[in-house]
Design a protein around this ligand. Structure first.
Ligand code: ADP
Ligand code: MG
Length: 274
Protein backbone atom coordinates (compact mmCIF):
# COMPACT_ATOMS: atom_id res chain seq x y z
CA UNK A 1 0.00 0.00 0.00
CA UNK A 2 1.43 3.33 -1.05
CA UNK A 3 1.20 5.96 1.65
CA UNK A 4 1.96 8.87 -0.65
CA UNK A 5 -1.77 9.35 -0.83
CA UNK A 6 -3.15 12.49 -2.33
CA UNK A 7 -6.08 13.97 -0.43
CA UNK A 8 -9.38 12.70 -1.78
CA UNK A 9 -13.01 13.51 -1.40
CA UNK A 10 -15.06 10.38 -1.68
CA UNK A 11 -18.28 10.23 -3.61
CA UNK A 12 -20.80 8.04 -1.82
CA UNK A 13 -22.72 5.59 -3.99
CA UNK A 14 -25.66 3.69 -2.53
CA UNK A 15 -27.10 0.52 -3.96
CA UNK A 16 -30.63 0.41 -2.64
CA UNK A 17 -34.16 -0.86 -2.93
CA UNK A 18 -36.67 -1.89 -0.31
CA UNK A 19 -36.84 -5.25 -2.07
CA UNK A 20 -34.67 -8.22 -1.23
CA UNK A 21 -33.09 -10.63 -3.68
CA UNK A 22 -32.80 -8.08 -6.49
CA UNK A 23 -28.99 -8.27 -6.64
CA UNK A 24 -28.23 -5.19 -4.53
CA UNK A 25 -25.26 -6.77 -2.78
CA UNK A 26 -23.94 -8.38 -5.94
CA UNK A 27 -24.24 -5.07 -7.80
CA UNK A 28 -22.59 -3.09 -5.00
CA UNK A 29 -19.64 -5.49 -5.05
CA UNK A 30 -19.33 -5.55 -8.84
CA UNK A 31 -19.41 -1.75 -8.99
CA UNK A 32 -16.85 -1.49 -6.21
CA UNK A 33 -14.67 -3.90 -8.14
CA UNK A 34 -14.98 -1.94 -11.39
CA UNK A 35 -14.14 1.30 -9.57
CA UNK A 36 -11.06 -0.44 -8.19
CA UNK A 37 -10.13 -1.74 -11.60
CA UNK A 38 -10.30 1.85 -12.86
CA UNK A 39 -7.73 2.83 -10.22
CA UNK A 40 -9.91 4.21 -7.42
CA UNK A 41 -9.51 3.66 -3.73
CA UNK A 42 -12.79 2.29 -2.43
CA UNK A 43 -14.47 1.73 0.93
CA UNK A 44 -17.39 -0.67 0.93
CA UNK A 45 -19.76 -0.20 3.86
CA UNK A 46 -22.04 -3.09 4.62
CA UNK A 47 -25.28 -1.50 5.87
CA UNK A 48 -27.25 -4.74 6.14
CA UNK A 49 -27.43 -6.75 9.37
CA UNK A 50 -27.38 -9.90 7.25
CA UNK A 51 -23.78 -9.07 6.45
CA UNK A 52 -23.97 -10.43 2.90
CA UNK A 53 -21.37 -8.05 1.51
CA UNK A 54 -19.05 -8.94 4.39
CA UNK A 55 -19.57 -12.65 3.69
CA UNK A 56 -19.03 -12.13 -0.03
CA UNK A 57 -15.69 -10.53 0.69
CA UNK A 58 -14.58 -13.79 2.24
CA UNK A 59 -15.27 -13.35 5.96
CA UNK A 60 -16.73 -16.37 7.70
CA UNK A 61 -19.56 -16.25 10.25
CA UNK A 62 -16.99 -17.13 12.92
CA UNK A 63 -14.81 -14.20 11.93
CA UNK A 64 -17.88 -11.99 11.85
CA UNK A 65 -18.90 -13.10 15.35
CA UNK A 66 -15.40 -12.19 16.47
CA UNK A 67 -15.72 -8.73 14.89
CA UNK A 68 -18.93 -8.28 16.85
CA UNK A 69 -17.28 -9.32 20.10
CA UNK A 70 -14.52 -6.82 19.43
CA UNK A 71 -17.13 -4.16 18.59
CA UNK A 72 -15.67 -3.58 15.16
CA UNK A 73 -18.78 -3.65 12.96
CA UNK A 74 -20.96 -0.84 11.63
CA UNK A 75 -23.35 -0.88 14.58
CA UNK A 76 -20.50 -0.12 16.97
CA UNK A 77 -19.14 2.51 14.60
CA UNK A 78 -22.45 4.30 15.05
CA UNK A 79 -22.75 3.59 18.78
CA UNK A 80 -19.19 4.05 20.08
CA UNK A 81 -16.89 6.98 19.57
CA UNK A 82 -13.59 5.55 18.48
CA UNK A 83 -12.30 7.02 15.20
CA UNK A 84 -14.05 5.48 12.21
CA UNK A 85 -10.75 4.21 10.85
CA UNK A 86 -10.65 1.74 13.79
CA UNK A 87 -13.60 -0.16 12.36
CA UNK A 88 -12.32 -0.38 8.81
CA UNK A 89 -10.66 -3.56 7.54
CA UNK A 90 -8.19 -3.75 4.69
CA UNK A 91 -9.37 -6.55 2.43
CA UNK A 92 -6.91 -8.75 0.53
CA UNK A 93 -7.93 -6.81 -2.57
CA UNK A 94 -5.57 -3.85 -3.00
CA UNK A 95 -7.24 -0.45 -2.47
CA UNK A 96 -10.48 -2.05 -1.23
CA UNK A 97 -11.43 -1.50 2.41
CA UNK A 98 -14.50 -2.79 4.22
CA UNK A 99 -16.58 -1.59 7.10
CA UNK A 100 -18.34 -4.85 7.99
CA UNK A 101 -21.80 -5.39 9.43
CA UNK A 102 -23.52 -8.24 11.15
CA UNK A 103 -26.39 -9.01 13.46
CA UNK A 104 -25.85 -6.17 15.92
CA UNK A 105 -26.91 -3.75 13.19
CA UNK A 106 -30.46 -5.04 13.52
CA UNK A 107 -30.77 -2.96 16.71
CA UNK A 108 -29.67 0.19 14.95
CA UNK A 109 -33.03 0.91 13.32
CA UNK A 110 -34.70 1.59 16.66
CA UNK A 111 -31.71 3.30 18.25
CA UNK A 112 -31.05 5.58 15.29
CA UNK A 113 -34.68 6.64 15.34
CA UNK A 114 -34.29 7.46 19.05
CA UNK A 115 -31.23 9.56 18.28
CA UNK A 116 -28.92 7.22 20.22
CA UNK A 117 -26.55 6.60 17.32
CA UNK A 118 -24.44 8.83 15.11
CA UNK A 119 -25.86 9.39 11.64
CA UNK A 120 -23.89 7.59 8.95
CA UNK A 121 -23.18 10.85 7.14
CA UNK A 122 -21.37 12.24 10.16
CA UNK A 123 -19.24 9.12 10.59
CA UNK A 124 -18.42 8.85 6.87
CA UNK A 125 -17.23 12.44 6.95
CA UNK A 126 -14.23 11.33 8.99
CA UNK A 127 -12.78 9.17 6.22
CA UNK A 128 -14.05 10.90 3.12
CA UNK A 129 -10.63 12.31 2.37
CA UNK A 130 -9.14 8.82 2.23
CA UNK A 131 -11.23 7.31 -0.57
CA UNK A 132 -12.36 8.10 -4.09
CA UNK A 133 -15.60 6.19 -3.65
CA UNK A 134 -17.57 4.84 -0.74
CA UNK A 135 -20.07 2.20 -1.80
CA UNK A 136 -23.01 1.43 0.51
CA UNK A 137 -24.77 -1.91 0.31
CA UNK A 138 -28.11 -1.52 2.05
CA UNK A 139 -30.77 -3.76 3.56
CA UNK A 140 -34.01 -4.75 1.84
CA UNK A 141 -36.07 -2.21 3.78
CA UNK A 142 -36.38 1.53 4.28
CA UNK A 143 -35.64 1.45 8.00
CA UNK A 144 -33.60 4.05 9.85
CA UNK A 145 -30.25 2.55 8.83
CA UNK A 146 -31.19 2.62 5.16
CA UNK A 147 -32.53 6.17 5.53
CA UNK A 148 -29.27 7.15 7.23
CA UNK A 149 -27.38 5.61 4.29
CA UNK A 150 -29.55 7.56 1.89
CA UNK A 151 -28.82 10.79 3.74
CA UNK A 152 -25.11 10.05 3.48
CA UNK A 153 -25.17 9.33 -0.25
CA UNK A 154 -24.41 11.37 -3.34
CA UNK A 155 -25.56 8.83 -5.90
CA UNK A 156 -28.23 6.15 -5.86
CA UNK A 157 -28.47 3.05 -8.01
CA UNK A 158 -31.68 1.02 -7.80
CA UNK A 159 -31.36 -2.59 -8.94
CA UNK A 160 -34.63 -4.12 -10.12
CA UNK A 161 -35.29 -7.72 -10.98
CA UNK A 162 -36.83 -8.14 -14.44
CA UNK A 163 -39.42 -10.70 -13.34
CA UNK A 164 -43.15 -10.32 -13.78
CA UNK A 165 -44.71 -7.95 -11.21
CA UNK A 166 -41.32 -6.45 -10.40
CA UNK A 167 -42.50 -3.12 -11.73
CA UNK A 168 -45.34 -2.93 -9.22
CA UNK A 169 -42.77 -3.21 -6.46
CA UNK A 170 -40.42 -0.81 -8.21
CA UNK A 171 -43.11 1.84 -8.42
CA UNK A 172 -43.52 1.71 -4.64
CA UNK A 173 -39.79 1.65 -4.01
CA UNK A 174 -39.12 4.65 -6.27
CA UNK A 175 -42.02 6.54 -4.75
CA UNK A 176 -40.65 6.03 -1.22
CA UNK A 177 -37.08 6.75 -2.25
CA UNK A 178 -38.10 9.96 -4.03
CA UNK A 179 -40.06 11.08 -0.96
CA UNK A 180 -37.09 10.39 1.28
CA UNK A 181 -34.78 12.19 -1.07
CA UNK A 182 -36.99 15.27 -1.11
CA UNK A 183 -37.23 15.40 2.67
CA UNK A 184 -33.83 14.15 3.74
CA UNK A 185 -31.26 14.62 0.97
CA UNK A 186 -32.33 16.81 -1.96
CA UNK A 187 -28.76 16.73 -3.30
CA UNK A 188 -28.90 12.98 -3.90
CA UNK A 189 -28.71 12.10 -7.58
CA UNK A 190 -30.27 9.06 -9.19
CA UNK A 191 -27.58 7.19 -11.05
CA UNK A 192 -30.26 5.02 -12.60
CA UNK A 193 -32.13 1.77 -12.52
CA UNK A 194 -30.28 -1.49 -13.10
CA UNK A 195 -32.37 -4.36 -14.45
CA UNK A 196 -31.01 -7.56 -12.93
CA UNK A 197 -31.46 -11.32 -13.06
CA UNK A 198 -32.53 -11.01 -16.68
CA UNK A 199 -33.26 -14.13 -18.72
CA UNK A 200 -33.18 -13.09 -22.36
CA UNK A 201 -34.92 -16.33 -23.34
CA UNK A 202 -37.99 -15.52 -21.30
CA UNK A 203 -40.51 -13.38 -23.14
CA UNK A 204 -41.81 -12.30 -19.74
CA UNK A 205 -38.46 -10.84 -18.78
CA UNK A 206 -38.21 -9.09 -22.14
CA UNK A 207 -41.67 -7.64 -21.68
CA UNK A 208 -40.76 -6.42 -18.19
CA UNK A 209 -37.59 -4.79 -19.53
CA UNK A 210 -39.63 -3.08 -22.24
CA UNK A 211 -42.14 -1.84 -19.66
CA UNK A 212 -39.33 -0.61 -17.48
CA UNK A 213 -37.80 1.40 -20.32
CA UNK A 214 -41.19 2.72 -21.44
CA UNK A 215 -42.38 3.56 -17.95
CA UNK A 216 -39.24 5.07 -16.47
CA UNK A 217 -36.83 5.78 -19.31
CA UNK A 218 -37.83 9.43 -19.49
CA UNK A 219 -37.05 10.08 -15.82
CA UNK A 220 -34.21 7.69 -15.09
CA UNK A 221 -31.26 6.20 -16.85
CA UNK A 222 -32.05 2.53 -17.43
CA UNK A 223 -28.86 0.54 -17.72
CA UNK A 224 -28.62 -2.56 -19.90
CA UNK A 225 -29.74 -5.67 -18.02
CA UNK A 226 -27.45 -7.95 -16.04
CA UNK A 227 -28.13 -11.50 -17.20
CA UNK A 228 -29.14 -14.20 -14.77
CA UNK A 229 -26.11 -16.47 -14.64
CA UNK A 230 -25.07 -19.26 -12.34
CA UNK A 231 -21.57 -17.83 -11.94
CA UNK A 232 -22.98 -15.23 -9.54
CA UNK A 233 -24.46 -17.82 -7.23
CA UNK A 234 -21.41 -20.07 -7.56
CA UNK A 235 -19.06 -17.22 -6.79
CA UNK A 236 -21.19 -16.24 -3.81
CA UNK A 237 -21.15 -19.80 -2.52
CA UNK A 238 -17.38 -20.00 -2.73
CA UNK A 239 -17.02 -16.68 -0.94
CA UNK A 240 -15.03 -15.02 -3.67
CA UNK A 241 -17.67 -13.02 -5.41
CA UNK A 242 -17.06 -11.07 -7.31
CA UNK A 243 -13.57 -9.80 -6.91
CA UNK A 244 -11.94 -12.78 -8.50
CA UNK A 245 -14.92 -13.87 -10.55
CA UNK A 246 -16.10 -10.53 -11.81
CA UNK A 247 -13.56 -10.43 -14.59
CA UNK A 248 -15.53 -13.09 -16.42
CA UNK A 249 -19.06 -12.36 -15.41
CA UNK A 250 -21.68 -11.62 -17.98
CA UNK A 251 -22.73 -8.01 -17.59
CA UNK A 252 -19.28 -6.79 -16.67
CA UNK A 253 -19.49 -4.08 -19.35
CA UNK A 254 -22.64 -2.77 -17.69
CA UNK A 255 -21.00 -2.58 -14.27
CA UNK A 256 -18.11 -0.75 -15.89
CA UNK A 257 -20.57 1.66 -17.43
CA UNK A 258 -22.13 2.29 -14.02
CA UNK A 259 -18.71 2.86 -12.49
CA UNK A 260 -17.92 5.30 -15.31
CA UNK A 261 -21.27 7.06 -14.77
CA UNK A 262 -20.47 7.38 -11.06
CA UNK A 263 -17.07 8.77 -11.92
CA UNK A 264 -18.56 11.30 -14.34
CA UNK A 265 -21.19 12.38 -11.81
CA UNK A 266 -18.52 12.71 -9.12
CA UNK A 267 -16.45 14.93 -11.36
CA UNK A 268 -19.45 17.07 -12.19
CA UNK A 269 -20.44 17.46 -8.54
CA UNK A 270 -16.91 18.43 -7.57
CA UNK A 271 -16.74 21.00 -10.37
CA UNK A 272 -19.98 22.38 -8.98
CA UNK A 273 -18.53 22.73 -5.50
CA UNK A 274 -15.21 24.22 -6.68
P1 ADP B 1 -29.91 -8.52 -2.55
O1 ADP B 1 -28.70 -7.90 -1.94
O2 ADP B 1 -30.75 -7.56 -3.32
O3 ADP B 1 -30.73 -9.29 -1.56
P2 ADP B 1 -28.07 -10.42 -3.76
O4 ADP B 1 -27.07 -9.64 -4.52
O5 ADP B 1 -27.69 -10.96 -2.45
O6 ADP B 1 -29.42 -9.58 -3.66
O7 ADP B 1 -28.58 -11.57 -4.72
C1 ADP B 1 -29.56 -12.50 -4.28
C2 ADP B 1 -29.17 -13.89 -4.75
O8 ADP B 1 -29.19 -13.94 -6.17
C3 ADP B 1 -27.78 -14.30 -4.32
O9 ADP B 1 -27.78 -15.68 -4.04
C4 ADP B 1 -26.93 -14.00 -5.55
O10 ADP B 1 -25.81 -14.85 -5.62
C5 ADP B 1 -27.90 -14.27 -6.67
N1 ADP B 1 -27.66 -13.41 -7.83
C6 ADP B 1 -27.43 -12.08 -7.83
N2 ADP B 1 -27.29 -11.62 -9.07
C7 ADP B 1 -27.41 -12.69 -9.89
C8 ADP B 1 -27.36 -12.91 -11.32
N3 ADP B 1 -27.16 -11.90 -12.17
N4 ADP B 1 -27.56 -14.16 -11.78
C9 ADP B 1 -27.79 -15.19 -10.93
N5 ADP B 1 -27.84 -15.08 -9.61
C10 ADP B 1 -27.65 -13.85 -9.08
MG1 MG C 1 -28.09 -7.75 0.04
Amino acid sequence: ERRTDRPRHATVVMCGSAKGGVSKTTSALCIAYCLLAQGSKVLLIDCDSQGSATVHLGYSPTQMDQMEVERRTLYYALADDRPLADYIIQTPEPRLDLLPAFMSLADADVELALGKLAPLRQRIGEVRNQYDFIVLDTAPNLGAVTVSALEASDLLLVPCQTEALALVGLRNVLHSLENLRRRRNPGLRMLGILPTLFSARLTQDQATLEDLRRGYGDRYRIFDPIPRATVFAQAAASGVIPLAAVKNIPGRAVFEEIAAAARAAAKEMKAHVA
